[in-house]
Write a protein that binds this ligand. Structure first.
Ligand code: 13P
Length: 253
């Protein structure tokens, strides 16, 4: 099986002003100096991307956007183009987060356009997928994941396994303190990897990273990452506090 370097990503959502984000980035930089064997990314709000990018320019912590628009420029008030995100120093872009889908009506078609647009400028999309509690209870988890992966990646060709990351975030575990058990998460991740094998072949899929997200904390990261198909985490609440996030990056130490 391919060796996959874990990726621990922090999604700061709509928290932290520019100066607050810069302070947190400075703390993270010193807390994580010398940590190896794990990739780290943080996704601050758009207004903090440039400052955080500047603080982290000589650190091995990548910066990501939380969203983008698929057009390259134009009269789209309030939107941000992929090229702008890239020029602000981002390596990744979170796409299709459940909050975008649920609160802002993003469809799988929108998500697909965003994935293509991100790849076109050399950003690594972090494609978020996951079922609601009602869908899980109705035994629809796999069919939801199937649809989100197939539609989200429709027509998307990848050159390298590192060009795209998938994040499985069951909605019932986001911000609720209810983590999926490691067995539930592993089952979903194995299913997702199976879909990626169908789309991209075994060698490629086995080298792609699938992150888990939903109430990840320093005390549950080690168990999650110990599972075969869990290659890291997308962390919300617990990424806001540098010490806590650094403990997650160090896998709970
Ligand atoms: P929490 O870690 O706060 O549950 O959020 C997860 C998430 O949505 C990360 O994108």
């Amino acid at each position: 099986m391919a060796t996959r370097i874990p990726l621990i990503a922090g999604n700061w959502k709509m928290f932290k002003t520019g100066p607050e984000a810069a302070d947190a980035a400075r703390s993270l930089k010193s807390l994580l100096a010398g940590v190896s064997g794990v990739d780290v990314m943080i996704a601050p709000p758009f207004t903090a991307l440039a400052t955080v990018g500047d603080v982290l320019k000589d650190a091995s912590i990548a910066v990501g956007a939380q969203n983008l628009h698929w057009e390259s420029q134009g009269a789209f008030t309030g939107e941000i183009a992929p090229g702008m995100v890239k020029a602000a120093g981002c390596r990744h872009a979170i796409i299709g987060h459940s909050e975008r889908r649920q609160l802002f009506g993003e469809t799988d078609g929108d998500v697909n356009r965003k994935v293509q647009a991100a790849l076109a400028v050399g950003l690594i999309p972090v494609l978020c997928i996951g079922e609601t509690e009602a869908e899980r209870e109705a035994a629809q988890t796999f069919s939801v994941l199937d649809k989100q992966v197939r539609l989200g990646l429709e027509g998307v060709s990848l050159q390298n396994p590192g060009d795209l990351v998938v994040a499985y975030e069951p909605l019932w575990a986001i911000g609720t303190g209810k983590t999926a058990t490691r067995e539930q998460a592993q089952e979903a991740h194995a299913y997702i990897r199976g879909l990626l094998r169908e789309l991209y072949g075994e060698t490629m899929a086995d080298a792609m990273r699938i992150l888990y997200g939903g109430s990840v904390k320093p005390d549950n990261i080690a168990a999650l990452i110990g599972m075969d198909d869990i290659d890291g985490a997308l962390v919300g609440g617990a990424s806001l506090e540098p010490e806590t996030f650094a403990r997650i990056v160090k896998l709970g130490d």
